[in-house]
Design a protein around this ligand. Structure first.
Ligand SMILES: [Zn+2]
Length: 484
């Protein structure tokens, strides 16, 4: 059984055949580290994380080389550091740390390689020199520019002609360009630029253009030809189009990436996310609302990766509700499930597997998990279904918590959000309702019920409920509890 992926370059869903099944190579454009990752960035990281997991499942954990770069030299970085009044290195280091923290909260696996642009300037210069020698680039007013007319397939990825691309996008019309579509490979530094963004080159001190960074790093870690190049649909033009032009012209016998995968846009409450609309949402913003990383991850995976995804209350609510239900299913057998070692090669549900193999059809894969969860709930002893659900969830990067952590919160990780204030007569000051305190109140309520003190039992239930703690009385007389 083969994986099929939609290839933007050919506009067809194609059978995926890596050039070397022992070394499957994927490059995905990583973050430009000047600001916290927003939900659109997170969607891209999570989608390619699932594709990475699927490739590892099919070809073996040690046979997939996933490269995701860090862009740590860029005009946006210079501008942000200047605006903050801090050195570039302080900004890029801090934001890279935020990026890693935020995507770790979404349970993403680290890529095989995570190269930094600033460590690959020599490779970029070497490509630029080749392009100049081949007549594909020229020096002008301290810049080096790529001559788009020298590459006949320019525009093939985005499916538009050069003239339309130039008319339809905001390319800089500069007097030093032969053609307005020509793009920067190297640009001169300005006086007063932070020295850590200034690099010597045959064309004077300056810094690389953004596009050449990805061409240099993909070539270094994956070779001139590799299997998959991924990124958000917003990067298709000009970034990816320019990567192809540079890479193919500097290595004329290469095809560069064979399969181009693009994930769809993310909107917030039906609108494009933008700082001016006030709906710009970072992963940290959502985590700070007390929404778990696993809920964010699941919400981001709930629609087809190529479709647009709207981030809204219902999406989060539905994701949380589904995961609550699934955690309830695995809770019954958790001790057994957690002690089993699962072989990554076992995706034993054929519907789930077929859906993922078919261009990563996650909505269909998730619906097969709903069917399993429903059948697990119908039969009291259904360990087989719970095991299957657990395995598939683990495969998707879910079930990272124990059911107890899931339902009873984790006031270590979420200290700032699970700091409830109890408005109860016995508490005179603000206190957080810790799990031991809840256990104590639940035990007191059981005692109250035994001694038929219904008023006190009811008072405790109401008090806990007002803090988002739900009690579940069991037929055997015990009571379990969970946070909303
Ligand atoms: Zn890139």
């Amino acid at each position: 059984m083969s994986i099929y992926l939609y290839n933007t370059l050919t506009r067809h869903k194609e059978e995926f055949k890596p050039a070397d099944a022992k070394n499957v190579r994927m490059y995905v454009c990583g973050p430009t580290v000047y600001d916290r990752p927003h939900l659109g960035n997170a969607r891209s990281v999570v989608v390619y994380d699932v594709l990475y997991r699927l490739l590892r499942h099919v070809y073996g954990e040690n046979h997939v080389n996933y490269v995701r770069n860090i862009t740590d030299v860029d005009d946006k970085i210079n501008a942000a550091a200047k605006a903050n009044g801090e050195p570039i290195s302080a900004l890029t280091k801090r934001v890279e740390g935020w990026f890693h923290d935020d995507i770790a909260a979404l349970n993403c696996l680290p890529p095989t390689n995570e190269p930094h642009a600033t460590a690959h300037i020599a490779e970029m210069i070497a490509i630029i020199e080749k392009l100049i020698a081949g007549g594909h680039a020229y020096e002008s007013a301290g810049h080096v520019l790529f001559r788009v007319e020298s590459y006949k397939d320019y525009g093939r990825l985005s499916g538009r002609k050069l003239e339309e691309l130039i008319a339809g996008s905001r390319v800089e019309v500069e007097s030093y360009k032969e053609n307005p579509g020509d793009f920067v490979l190297w640009k001169p530094s300005d006086a007063g630029d932070d020295p850590s963004s200034v690099f010597p080159s045959p064309w004077g001190a300056g810094r690389p253009g953004w596009h050449i960074e990805c061409s240099a790093m993909s070539c270094k870690y994956l070779g001139d030809d590799f299997d998959i190049h991924g990124g958000g649909a917003d990067l298709m033009f000009p970034h990816h189009e320019n990567e192809i032009a540079q890479s193919r012209c500097s290595a004329p016998h290469s095809h560069f990436a064979k399969t181009w995968v693009h994930n769809g846009f993310l909107t917030v409450n039906g609108e494009k996310m933008s700082k001016s609309l006030g709906n710009f949402t970072t992963v940290k913003n959502v985590l700070d609302q007390g929404i778990r990383g696993e809920v964010i991850r699941f919400a981001l995976l709930s629609s087809h990766y190529r479709s647009p995804l709207d981030w809204n209350e219902k999406l989060i609510h539905d994701a949380k509700k589904t995961l609550d239900g699934w955690y309830r299913v695995i809770k019954r057998y958790y001790d057994i499930l957690n002690n089993q070692s699962f072989d990554n090669s076992e995706l034993d549900n054929s519907e789930f597997r077929a859906a993922l193999y078919d261009d990563l059809n996650l909505p269909l894969a998730i619906s097969s998990m709903h069917i399993i969860a429903t059948s697990a709930n119908k039969i009291i002893d259904n360990q087989v279904a719970a095991t299957s659900l657990f395995k598939l969830g683990k495969f998707l990067g879910l079930f990272s918590l124990t059911p107890d952590e899931w339902f009873k919160g984790n006031h270590v990780i979420y200290a700032d959000t699970v700091n409830f204030i109890v408005n109860a007569p016995e508490f005179t000051a603000e206190v957080s309702v810790t799990n031991p305190k809840i256990d104590e109140l639940v035990a007191e309520r059981l005692e109250a019920k035994k001694s038929k003190n219904w008023a006190r039992a009811d008072e405790i239930r109401k008090m806990l409920s007002s803090q988002g703690i739900i009690l579940e009385d069991r037929p055997d007389g015990t009571t379990d509890w969970r946070r909303e």
